[in-house]
Ligand binder design. Structure first.
Ligand code: NAX
Length: 328
């Protein structure tokens, strides 16, 4: 039998955690033949709730789940982690300025980066879900100098999946007929969902839809503001869809993208497409053998260029702000 893969999940007692843990333990994260060992991190006040979730995990009798341990100390939680899902974060509350938000999250992601650096497995792969996800990932990465920078990623797969869903509805096709969707930039309202390289059943998606006004005034804002629309309708933020996207992100990273297709991941920039080196920005990426690569050579027209630049500028501002606060 295979040695279990150690998966650390932070914010385990939160609503995404509740939707995520059962899918990890049932084999959806890494594969139906890969046993997993869960290490959960919570703040002390939420450890009891995490213990309740762990009781339910026991009660599922998942054949692949080799055990669940709960910690309130990041150094213990990340010990031996092969996969780290950083979900817990400090949400923006009323009256909080962006600087306060970045500072509060720096207080979480700096020690977690240090703990990953000190104790995670050599092959650790990190996905940051907790917002502001790209900049939280940058903070953690900067405090893990011994871990290759490319192992730190942030989640834009939910935005990617939302874009697939909107386009499939508009075109009257299955999401399975769509390839090469791209989310560029920050996981925020400035993100740019790009259909100009996407294909529907092998033909250009933009030409197939042939409706620039829908693209500009409906598709892009609907995808970018979907999180707010979910809160408005559900009375709570996206949880099951966010958990599902986190599963997709890691599954694709580990198992590879399909031939001729790509996915969206926020990864450390090498300067591709004019995105300043070092920023953790969403790109079209292919994956193979547990490694990602930014898709090269795509033509970017003026319409796309302006939107990519706006989102990347926001990321640069966030980086400058956390630098000023001494967080990186
Ligand atoms: P919840 O508030 O339900 O849960 C967060 C959990 O994190 C809580 O149980 C809290 O105790 C825990 N936590 C806080 N600080 C911690 C720390 N230092 N160490 C360990 N655990 C800690 O939020 P939930 O709805 O689960 O969302 C989690 C995060 O995902 C939020 O930051 C949210 O903004 C973000 N999201 C990101 C998305 C993305 O696409 N990148 C989409 C969904 C979601 O909005």
């Amino acid at each position: 039998t295979r040695t279990p893969v150690t998966v650390t999940v932070t914010g385990a007692a939160g609503q995404i955690g509740y939707a995520l843990l059962f899918r990890i333990a049932s084999g959806h994260l890494l594969g139906a033949d890969v046993p997993v060992r869960l290490r959960l991190l919570e703040i002390p006040q939420a450890v009891k709730a995490a213990e309740g979730t762990a009781m339910e995990l026991d009660d599922c009798a998942f054949p692949l789940l080799a055990g669940t341990d709960i910690f309130d100390d990041p150094n213990q939680a990340f010990q031996g982690a092969n996969v780290a899902l950083l979900v817990g974060a400090r949400p923006r509350t009323k009256g909080m300025e962006r600087g306060d938000l970045l500072e509060a999250n720096g207080g979480i992601f700096k020690p977690q980066g240090e703990a990953i650096n000190a104790g995670a497995a050599d092959d650790v792969k990190v996905l940051v879900v907790g917002n502001p996800a790209n900049t939280n990932a940058l903070i953690a990465q900067q405090h893990a100098p011994d871990v290759p920078a490319e192992r730190f990623t942030a989640m834009t797969r939910l935005d990617h999946n939302r874009a697939l869903a909107q386009l499939s509805k508009k075109a009257g096709v299955s999401v399975a007929d769509i390839r090469r969707m791209t989310i560029w930039g920050n996981h925020s309202a400035t993100q740019y969902p790009d259909v100009f390289h996407a294909e529907i059943a092998g033909k250009g998606a933009a030409e197939t839809v042939n409706d620039q006004s829908w693209l500009e005034n409906d598709f892009i804002p609907t995808v970018a503001k979907r999180g707010a629309a979910i809160i408005e309708a559900r009375g709570a933020s996206s949880a099951a869809s966010a958990a599902s996207a986190a599963i997709d992100h890691v599954h694709t990273w580990v198992n590879g993208t399909a031939d001729g297709d790509w996915t969206s991941m926020a990864v450390v920039s090498d300067g591709s497409y004019g995105v300043p080196q070092g920023l953790i920005s969403s790109f079209p990426v292919t994956t193979k053998d547990g490694k990602w690569e930014i898709v090269q050579g795509l033509e970017i027209d003026d319409f796309s260029r302006a939107r990519i630049d706006a989102s990347v500028n926001e990321l640069a501002e966030e980086r400058d702000a956390v630098r000023k606060l001494g967080l990186i």
